[in-house]
Every structure is written in C-alpha cells, then in structure tokens.
Design a protein around this ligand. Structure first.
Ligand code: RB5
Length: 149
C-alpha cells in the first residue's frame, strides 16, 4: 500500500514521530510540510487528497493542530472519506470497518505519539467490512439520498 502523509506546522512534530513506524504499513510518501514554519493546512490537504485519489491501493494521513481543518479540507474532494480520530484507535477502527475511510486525520496538539500510533495501527490494518455499510458509503459518494428519490 502507498501511504501519503501531509501536515502543517502544528502537525509537524507528530508527523515526524510517526514516520518510521508508518513504514511497517506501506510505502510512505512525505508530502510536507518539512518544518515548523507556519503554512496553510489546506495546501497540504490538497496534495495528499490528489495523490490518494490518483493512486490505486493508497491511503492518506493528515495532521494539523486539531485535525479539524485537515478533515474539513480533505472532505471537499469527491472520493475522499477523511476521518478525524483523536482517540486511541476506537474511531479509526470503525472509520475503516464501517466508513471505508481512506484518509486518517489527527490533531498534533491533542494526541500523544503513543495514542496517535494506536489510531494509525487500527486505520492501516482494518479492512472495510462491506455488507450493510457498502450501500451507506455509496449514498455518500453518489449523493443518492432516500428523500430525493
Ligand atoms: C494552526 O494554528 C491550526 O489552526 C491548524 O493546525 C489546525 O488546527 C486547523 O484546524
């Protein structure tokens, strides 16, 4: 699997802390930022989203201060299902199992590297359960809602 990573200045330290461990889940592509100099998180969200959408068998990781900005920005890209998971793996497990999320968002100012690692591990190892969840994700992707029928 290809893993594309992006962060802003507030997510830089956590990204650096996770980089080595991430390599055990796939081939890691660090799309920046590469320092704590202030940058705008939407620019790095865009980089990761475009690569994830354009690369088969890939997923992404986005880190800003809270993870909120990155997740809002990423979910503007059709086909991206970005999940903000600032707990120790519960959310990221279900983001994969039920929502088929393809980008994990973390808050560098909210979670320790140890807690973040639990989210990362669950996210990059849990398969989509499919079944009843497939139709729900398809409704999101196609904007096909019952009330519109
Ligand atoms: C940067 O100060 C901060 O606003 C950003 O990292 C992120 O938390 C936005 O949602």
């Amino acid at each position: 699997m290809e893993i594309f990573i992006g962060c802003d200045h507030a997510g830089f330290a956590l990204k650096e802390a996770l980089l080595n461990a991430l390599a055990s889940f796939g081939t890691v592509h660090d799309l920046g930022t590469k320092s704590e100099e202030r940058v705008d998180y939407p620019d790095f969200s865009k980089r990761v989203c475009e690569r994830v959408l354009g690369t088969p068998d890939s997923m992404g990781l986005l880190i800003c201060g809270t993870g909120i900005g990155m997740s809002i920005a990423a979910n503007r890209f059709r086909g991206v299902r970005a999940a903000l998971c600032n707990d120790a793996g519960f959310s990221s497990h279900f983001a994969r199992a039920h929502n088929n999320a393809n980008i994990l968002c973390l808050g560098g100012r909210l979670v320790t590297p140890e807690v973040a690692m639990e989210s990362v591990r669950a996210f990059f190892t849990t398969p989509f359960e499919q079944g009843r969840h497939t139709g729900r994700v398809t409704k999101i992707e196609t904007c096909a809602y019952e009330d519109d029928a």
